[in-house]
Design a protein around this ligand. Structure first.
Ligand SMILES: [Zn+2]
Ligand SMILES: [Zn+2]
Length: 246
């Protein structure tokens, strides 16, 4: 294969739309986008839409019962956010796509993945803020996946994204082995609002993360935005909701 053939193959590989999970080529009409067009038929059928029953506040999925109701954690310790908006349970092809995005790493997938966010979450919001990584983690990974998603979402929705307002000041090595309550407690004080406090006061903020599991991180971030930033409200949007604590 000569150099021009190699370049042509590389361009094909980069620009031909491919399934976010398995990488198969997508045969989709031009100018189509959204979750329905980001996965091949096989992977799309394997996505897990988040359905009832679940907690209407934190979207914790329930395995039994048939009606939505607040989970025990939201009842005993109401979070500082209004609710979590998400369309999918974390697992299957969605997990494959997110793991590829974060750890392959494949930051160019941010635009396609951001189309899996609940787009209506932006209504009434003044700013979009990504859940920040601690500087040590940011150095290790090289990018903040939530920041890339927030940037893509803000562009689609014509909203302003604030990158340097909320900071992660506590570096946690691991929370493995701790239960949900312990993790929530362990995240207290993990975030700080620096500068731009006047910008945040009485504003409605949409906080973006890729996956929410125990809610410990988004609870701590929302609490900080309310207490230190005096925001009027915080809503969370994420691509996938998992209840499998590792
Ligand atoms: Zn696929
Ligand atoms: Zn809940």
């Amino acid at each position: 294969m000569n150099a021009s053939q190699l370049i042509a193959e590389l361009l094909d590989f980069v620009f031909v739309p491919r399934c976010l999970a398995c990488g198969d080529m997508l045969h989709r009409p031009p100018n189509t986008k959204g979750a329905a067009h980001s996965f091949c038929m096989v992977c799309k059928e394997a996505l897990l839409p988040l359905t009832s029953p679940s907690c209407p506040c934190c979207r914790e999925p329930f395995t039994v019962g048939n009606g939505d109701h607040l989970c025990s954690m939201c009842l005993s310790s109401p979070p500082s956010f209004q609710r979590i908006d998400t369309l999918y349970e974390y697992g299957g092809p969605l997990a494959t796509a997110i793991l590829k995005f974060k750890y392959a790493p494949a930051p160019h997938l941010a635009k396609s993945l951001s189309e899996l966010l609940h787009q209506a979450s932006c209504e009434g919001m003044d700013y979009i803020i990504p859940v920040p990584l601690h500087p040590k983690r940011l150095t290790q990974r090289g990018f903040n996946q939530a920041a890339l998603l927030a940037k893509a979402l803000a562009k689609q929705q014509g909203k302003r994204v604030l990158f340097d307002v909320l900071h992660r000041v506590l570096h946690m090595n691991t929370q493995v082995g701790k239960n949900r309550k312990e993790r929530i407690h362990g995240m207290k004080g993990a975030f700080a609002v620096r500068d731009s406090k006047a910008l945040l006061a009485n504003k409605h903020v949409l906080l973006v993360d890729d996956v929410v599991t125990t809610t410990a991180t988004v609870r701590a971030a929302a609490r900080c935005l309310k207490r230190e930033g005096n925001v009027a409200s915080v809503r969370i949007v994420c691509i996938g909701r998992s209840s499998n604590i590792t």
